[in-house]
Design a protein around this ligand. Structure first.
Ligand SMILES: NC(=O)c1ccc[n+]([C@@H]2O[C@H](COP(=O)([O-])OP(=O)(O)OC[C@H]3O[C@@H](n4cnc5c(N)ncnc54)[C@H](OP(=O)(O)O)[C@@H]3O)[C@@H](O)[C@H]2O)c1
Length: 263
Protein backbone atom coordinates (compact mmCIF):
# COMPACT_ATOMS: atom_id res chain seq x y z
CA UNK A 1 0.00 0.00 0.00
CA UNK A 2 1.49 3.34 -1.07
CA UNK A 3 0.47 6.02 1.43
CA UNK A 4 2.31 9.00 -0.08
CA UNK A 5 0.64 9.56 -3.44
CA UNK A 6 -2.94 8.54 -3.07
CA UNK A 7 -5.28 10.77 -1.11
CA UNK A 8 -8.39 10.95 -3.29
CA UNK A 9 -11.24 8.83 -1.87
CA UNK A 10 -11.56 6.56 -4.91
CA UNK A 11 -7.88 5.63 -4.60
CA UNK A 12 -7.95 5.48 -0.81
CA UNK A 13 -10.24 2.48 -0.59
CA UNK A 14 -8.34 0.44 -3.12
CA UNK A 15 -6.43 -2.21 -1.15
CA UNK A 16 -5.11 -4.15 -4.14
CA UNK A 17 -1.73 -5.75 -3.33
CA UNK A 18 -2.24 -4.91 0.35
CA UNK A 19 -1.93 -7.73 2.90
CA UNK A 20 -4.32 -7.44 5.84
CA UNK A 21 -4.32 -9.68 8.92
CA UNK A 22 -7.53 -9.73 10.95
CA UNK A 23 -7.34 -11.58 14.25
CA UNK A 24 -10.48 -13.41 15.36
CA UNK A 25 -11.76 -13.72 11.78
CA UNK A 26 -14.09 -16.53 12.76
CA UNK A 27 -16.05 -14.14 14.98
CA UNK A 28 -18.87 -11.72 14.18
CA UNK A 29 -16.93 -8.48 13.83
CA UNK A 30 -13.69 -10.06 12.58
CA UNK A 31 -15.38 -11.88 9.70
CA UNK A 32 -17.01 -8.64 8.60
CA UNK A 33 -13.72 -6.72 8.76
CA UNK A 34 -12.02 -9.43 6.68
CA UNK A 35 -14.85 -9.43 4.12
CA UNK A 36 -14.85 -5.65 3.73
CA UNK A 37 -11.06 -5.56 3.16
CA UNK A 38 -11.36 -8.46 0.74
CA UNK A 39 -14.09 -6.69 -1.25
CA UNK A 40 -11.74 -3.68 -1.42
CA UNK A 41 -9.10 -5.79 -3.12
CA UNK A 42 -6.88 -6.84 -0.21
CA UNK A 43 -5.20 -10.17 0.34
CA UNK A 44 -6.60 -11.22 3.69
CA UNK A 45 -4.99 -13.40 6.33
CA UNK A 46 -7.81 -14.79 8.43
CA UNK A 47 -6.61 -15.61 11.91
CA UNK A 48 -8.58 -18.09 14.03
CA UNK A 49 -7.95 -19.96 17.25
CA UNK A 50 -10.69 -22.61 17.59
CA UNK A 51 -13.09 -21.59 14.75
CA UNK A 52 -11.25 -23.51 12.04
CA UNK A 53 -14.29 -24.40 9.93
CA UNK A 54 -15.61 -20.84 9.95
CA UNK A 55 -12.24 -19.39 8.97
CA UNK A 56 -11.68 -21.93 6.18
CA UNK A 57 -15.19 -21.39 4.88
CA UNK A 58 -14.74 -17.61 4.89
CA UNK A 59 -11.39 -17.89 3.10
CA UNK A 60 -12.99 -19.99 0.35
CA UNK A 61 -15.95 -17.64 0.11
CA UNK A 62 -13.75 -14.53 -0.20
CA UNK A 63 -11.28 -16.07 -2.62
CA UNK A 64 -12.31 -19.37 -4.21
CA UNK A 65 -9.10 -21.38 -4.62
CA UNK A 66 -7.42 -19.31 -1.90
CA UNK A 67 -5.25 -16.96 -3.98
CA UNK A 68 -6.24 -13.84 -2.04
CA UNK A 69 -7.41 -15.24 1.33
CA UNK A 70 -6.03 -17.87 3.67
CA UNK A 71 -6.67 -18.97 7.25
CA UNK A 72 -3.95 -19.06 9.94
CA UNK A 73 -4.32 -20.67 13.37
CA UNK A 74 -2.79 -19.33 16.59
CA UNK A 75 -3.58 -19.00 20.25
CA UNK A 76 -2.70 -15.33 20.59
CA UNK A 77 -1.84 -15.76 24.27
CA UNK A 78 1.24 -17.75 23.22
CA UNK A 79 4.23 -15.75 22.04
CA UNK A 80 5.72 -18.45 19.84
CA UNK A 81 2.41 -19.13 18.07
CA UNK A 82 2.02 -15.42 17.32
CA UNK A 83 5.56 -15.18 15.96
CA UNK A 84 5.05 -18.25 13.76
CA UNK A 85 1.70 -16.97 12.49
CA UNK A 86 3.24 -13.69 11.31
CA UNK A 87 6.10 -15.58 9.70
CA UNK A 88 3.67 -17.93 7.87
CA UNK A 89 1.62 -14.98 6.63
CA UNK A 90 4.72 -13.23 5.27
CA UNK A 91 5.86 -16.48 3.60
CA UNK A 92 2.41 -16.86 2.04
CA UNK A 93 1.70 -13.27 0.91
CA UNK A 94 5.18 -11.70 0.86
CA UNK A 95 4.49 -8.87 3.31
CA UNK A 96 2.11 -7.56 5.97
CA UNK A 97 0.62 -4.09 5.58
CA UNK A 98 -2.32 -3.96 7.98
CA UNK A 99 -2.91 -5.69 11.31
CA UNK A 100 -6.36 -5.52 12.89
CA UNK A 101 -6.16 -6.68 16.50
CA UNK A 102 -9.78 -7.75 16.84
CA UNK A 103 -9.73 -11.05 18.77
CA UNK A 104 -11.11 -10.78 22.28
CA UNK A 105 -13.38 -12.27 24.90
CA UNK A 106 -16.05 -10.65 27.07
CA UNK A 107 -17.37 -12.94 29.84
CA UNK A 108 -18.93 -11.28 32.88
CA UNK A 109 -18.04 -11.71 36.56
CA UNK A 110 -18.72 -9.61 39.65
CA UNK A 111 -15.55 -8.10 41.10
CA UNK A 112 -15.95 -9.82 44.48
CA UNK A 113 -16.61 -13.23 42.93
CA UNK A 114 -14.02 -12.99 40.14
CA UNK A 115 -11.24 -15.54 40.37
CA UNK A 116 -7.67 -14.40 39.73
CA UNK A 117 -7.66 -16.88 36.84
CA UNK A 118 -10.64 -15.05 35.25
CA UNK A 119 -8.70 -11.81 35.49
CA UNK A 120 -5.55 -13.32 34.03
CA UNK A 121 -7.36 -14.97 31.12
CA UNK A 122 -9.04 -11.69 30.26
CA UNK A 123 -5.86 -9.63 30.38
CA UNK A 124 -3.89 -12.28 28.47
CA UNK A 125 -6.49 -12.64 25.74
CA UNK A 126 -7.53 -9.02 25.30
CA UNK A 127 -4.37 -7.06 26.12
CA UNK A 128 -1.24 -9.20 26.15
CA UNK A 129 -2.25 -10.67 22.77
CA UNK A 130 -2.40 -7.16 21.29
CA UNK A 131 1.11 -6.50 22.59
CA UNK A 132 2.39 -9.80 21.15
CA UNK A 133 0.77 -9.24 17.74
CA UNK A 134 1.87 -5.60 17.62
CA UNK A 135 5.45 -6.57 18.40
CA UNK A 136 5.65 -9.44 15.89
CA UNK A 137 3.83 -7.57 13.10
CA UNK A 138 5.59 -4.31 13.99
CA UNK A 139 9.01 -5.87 13.34
CA UNK A 140 7.87 -6.94 9.87
CA UNK A 141 6.29 -3.55 9.14
CA UNK A 142 9.40 -1.73 10.39
CA UNK A 143 11.52 -3.79 7.98
CA UNK A 144 9.13 -2.80 5.16
CA UNK A 145 9.14 0.86 6.25
CA UNK A 146 5.37 1.12 6.55
CA UNK A 147 2.29 -0.43 8.09
CA UNK A 148 -0.98 0.21 9.85
CA UNK A 149 -2.21 -1.30 13.11
CA UNK A 150 -5.81 -1.00 14.28
CA UNK A 151 -6.80 -2.14 17.75
CA UNK A 152 -10.43 -2.96 18.51
CA UNK A 153 -11.11 -1.69 22.01
CA UNK A 154 -14.58 -0.82 23.35
CA UNK A 155 -16.58 2.09 24.73
CA UNK A 156 -16.22 0.13 27.99
CA UNK A 157 -12.59 1.32 28.10
CA UNK A 158 -14.03 4.62 29.31
CA UNK A 159 -17.43 3.51 30.64
CA UNK A 160 -17.01 0.28 32.64
CA UNK A 161 -19.88 -2.15 32.15
CA UNK A 162 -21.54 -4.18 34.93
CA UNK A 163 -19.57 -7.36 35.68
CA UNK A 164 -16.83 -6.14 33.38
CA UNK A 165 -14.08 -4.80 35.66
CA UNK A 166 -11.59 -7.14 33.97
CA UNK A 167 -12.92 -6.53 30.45
CA UNK A 168 -13.06 -2.74 30.80
CA UNK A 169 -9.57 -2.70 32.30
CA UNK A 170 -8.22 -4.81 29.42
CA UNK A 171 -9.77 -2.47 26.86
CA UNK A 172 -8.48 0.64 28.66
CA UNK A 173 -5.05 -1.02 28.46
CA UNK A 174 -5.51 -1.50 24.72
CA UNK A 175 -6.30 2.19 24.40
CA UNK A 176 -3.06 3.20 26.15
CA UNK A 177 -1.06 0.57 24.26
CA UNK A 178 -2.43 2.12 21.05
CA UNK A 179 -1.14 5.55 22.03
CA UNK A 180 2.24 4.27 23.23
CA UNK A 181 2.66 2.16 20.07
CA UNK A 182 1.80 5.13 17.86
CA UNK A 183 4.57 7.19 19.47
CA UNK A 184 7.20 4.47 19.16
CA UNK A 185 6.25 3.11 15.76
CA UNK A 186 5.37 6.37 13.96
CA UNK A 187 9.02 7.17 13.17
CA UNK A 188 9.25 3.69 11.58
CA UNK A 189 6.38 4.49 9.19
CA UNK A 190 3.72 2.62 11.16
CA UNK A 191 0.41 4.24 12.17
CA UNK A 192 -1.49 2.82 15.15
CA UNK A 193 -5.11 3.67 15.99
CA UNK A 194 -7.99 2.18 17.95
CA UNK A 195 -11.69 1.75 17.30
CA UNK A 196 -14.11 1.73 20.24
CA UNK A 197 -17.35 0.03 19.23
CA UNK A 198 -20.57 0.24 21.19
CA UNK A 199 -23.02 -2.66 21.26
CA UNK A 200 -22.79 -4.57 17.97
CA UNK A 201 -25.61 -6.78 16.78
CA UNK A 202 -25.11 -10.53 16.49
CA UNK A 203 -27.34 -13.55 16.11
CA UNK A 204 -29.15 -14.32 19.35
CA UNK A 205 -28.12 -11.12 21.15
CA UNK A 206 -31.64 -9.75 21.50
CA UNK A 207 -32.94 -13.05 22.90
CA UNK A 208 -29.97 -13.41 25.28
CA UNK A 209 -30.00 -9.83 26.59
CA UNK A 210 -33.34 -8.15 25.78
CA UNK A 211 -33.05 -5.50 28.50
CA UNK A 212 -29.56 -4.44 27.39
CA UNK A 213 -30.61 -4.19 23.74
CA UNK A 214 -33.76 -2.23 24.61
CA UNK A 215 -31.81 0.13 26.83
CA UNK A 216 -29.18 0.71 24.14
CA UNK A 217 -31.86 1.56 21.59
CA UNK A 218 -33.57 3.87 24.06
CA UNK A 219 -30.51 5.84 25.11
CA UNK A 220 -28.45 5.88 21.91
CA UNK A 221 -28.99 9.13 19.96
CA UNK A 222 -29.22 7.14 16.71
CA UNK A 223 -31.64 4.62 18.28
CA UNK A 224 -30.06 1.41 16.96
CA UNK A 225 -27.39 -1.17 17.73
CA UNK A 226 -24.34 -1.18 15.50
CA UNK A 227 -23.71 -3.75 12.80
CA UNK A 228 -20.35 -5.49 12.31
CA UNK A 229 -19.96 -3.55 9.03
CA UNK A 230 -19.99 -0.27 10.97
CA UNK A 231 -16.76 -1.35 12.66
CA UNK A 232 -15.37 -2.80 9.42
CA UNK A 233 -15.90 0.46 7.52
CA UNK A 234 -14.12 2.41 10.26
CA UNK A 235 -11.18 -0.03 9.88
CA UNK A 236 -11.17 0.55 6.14
CA UNK A 237 -10.91 4.30 6.68
CA UNK A 238 -8.15 4.09 9.31
CA UNK A 239 -6.13 1.67 7.16
CA UNK A 240 -6.48 3.80 4.06
CA UNK A 241 -4.31 6.65 2.78
CA UNK A 242 -7.27 8.94 3.62
CA UNK A 243 -6.09 8.55 7.24
CA UNK A 244 -2.39 8.96 6.47
CA UNK A 245 -1.93 11.72 9.07
CA UNK A 246 -3.96 10.01 11.80
CA UNK A 247 -2.17 8.04 14.49
CA UNK A 248 -2.47 7.50 18.24
CA UNK A 249 -6.19 8.17 18.33
CA UNK A 250 -9.42 6.28 18.92
CA UNK A 251 -12.48 6.39 16.70
CA UNK A 252 -15.68 5.73 18.64
CA UNK A 253 -18.28 3.79 16.64
CA UNK A 254 -21.29 3.59 18.93
CA UNK A 255 -24.29 5.44 17.52
CA UNK A 256 -23.46 8.29 19.90
CA UNK A 257 -24.33 6.58 23.19
CA UNK A 258 -21.09 7.49 24.95
CA UNK A 259 -21.70 11.12 24.02
CA UNK A 260 -24.84 11.35 26.15
CA UNK A 261 -24.93 13.67 29.14
CA UNK A 262 -24.04 11.89 32.38
CA UNK A 263 -27.02 13.33 34.28
N1 LIG B 1 -19.70 -7.47 20.02
C1 LIG B 1 -19.72 -6.27 20.57
O1 LIG B 1 -20.79 -5.69 20.87
C2 LIG B 1 -18.43 -5.56 20.86
C3 LIG B 1 -18.47 -4.26 21.37
C4 LIG B 1 -17.27 -3.60 21.62
C5 LIG B 1 -16.06 -4.23 21.36
N2 LIG B 1 -16.07 -5.49 20.88
C6 LIG B 1 -14.77 -6.14 20.62
O2 LIG B 1 -14.72 -6.53 19.27
C7 LIG B 1 -13.91 -7.70 19.14
C8 LIG B 1 -14.67 -8.80 18.39
O3 LIG B 1 -15.87 -9.07 19.06
P1 LIG B 1 -16.96 -10.10 18.49
O4 LIG B 1 -18.28 -9.68 19.02
O5 LIG B 1 -16.79 -10.27 17.03
O6 LIG B 1 -16.52 -11.42 19.28
P2 LIG B 1 -16.61 -12.97 18.87
O7 LIG B 1 -17.62 -13.17 17.80
O8 LIG B 1 -16.77 -13.73 20.14
O9 LIG B 1 -15.16 -13.24 18.26
C9 LIG B 1 -14.02 -13.11 19.06
C10 LIG B 1 -12.87 -13.82 18.40
O10 LIG B 1 -11.74 -13.78 19.29
C11 LIG B 1 -11.01 -14.97 19.11
N3 LIG B 1 -10.26 -15.37 20.30
C12 LIG B 1 -10.71 -15.51 21.57
N4 LIG B 1 -9.71 -15.96 22.36
C13 LIG B 1 -8.62 -16.11 21.58
C14 LIG B 1 -7.27 -16.55 21.80
N5 LIG B 1 -6.81 -16.92 23.00
N6 LIG B 1 -6.42 -16.57 20.75
C15 LIG B 1 -6.83 -16.21 19.55
N7 LIG B 1 -8.09 -15.80 19.27
C16 LIG B 1 -8.96 -15.74 20.27
C17 LIG B 1 -12.03 -16.05 18.78
O11 LIG B 1 -11.40 -16.98 17.92
P3 LIG B 1 -11.92 -18.51 17.72
O12 LIG B 1 -13.43 -18.40 17.56
O13 LIG B 1 -11.25 -18.94 16.48
O14 LIG B 1 -11.51 -19.27 18.92
C18 LIG B 1 -13.16 -15.27 18.09
O15 LIG B 1 -13.15 -15.45 16.71
C19 LIG B 1 -13.51 -8.10 20.57
O16 LIG B 1 -12.21 -7.61 20.85
C20 LIG B 1 -14.54 -7.39 21.42
O17 LIG B 1 -14.08 -7.12 22.72
C21 LIG B 1 -17.21 -6.20 20.63
Amino acid sequence: MKEENSTSPEVSYNFLETVVLVTGSGGGIGSSIAAVFSRSGANVALHYNSSREKALHLAEELSPGGKHAAAFQANLCREEEVRQMISRIVSRFGRLDVLVNNAGIFPSAGLLEMKPADWETMIDTNLRSVFLCTQAAGKQMAAQGNGVIINITSIEANHPGAGHAHYSTSKAGVLMLTRASANELGPLGIRVNAIAPGLINRTGLEEAWPEGVASYRKYSPLGTLGEPEDVAHACLFLASPAAKWITGTCLTVDGGISNRPLI
